[in-house]
Design a protein around this ligand. Structure first.
Ligand code: SF4
Length: 106
């Protein structure tokens, strides 16, 4: 009977140690993301088609916020009234930490 319990005990201890390690890593190694990325991503068409040259709408939104994307029209399925203008309005209302507005246009 003890031959069966010993491996279970060892696996249980390993599971607890790894769980604690993951919990600590989650607590101390978390990278905080700019919340504007989520907001801009929601305003994009979200087809994840890659026509803009990025692998996903999220990557395109990150590029907008990081200043790598200068023209929203790179998003081919996007429409000015439905997507681009709301993004520009949102970015005007949510400037960079230094007070500047994200440099992007349609
Ligand atoms: S082209 Fe537009 S819809 Fe397609 S992945 Fe890029 S941002 Fe998303």
């Amino acid at each position: 009977m003890i031959e069966i319990l010993y491996p279970l005990f060892v696996l249980g201890v390993i599971g607890i140690v790894l769980g604690l390690g993951l919990s600590l890593a989650n607590q101390y190694l978390t990278v905080e993301e700019d919340p504007r990325i989520d907001a801009v991503e929601k305003l994009l068409p979200n087809y994840n088609c890659g026509a803009c040259g990025t692998p996903s709408c999220r990557a395109f939104a990150e590029g907008i916020i990081n200043g790598e994307v200068k023209n929203l029209s790179r998003c081919k399925p996007g429409k000015a009234d439905k997507h681009f203008n709301p993004i520009l309005e949102y970015l005007k209302e949510h400037p960079n930490p230094d007070g500047s507005i994200v440099d992007v246009k349609i």
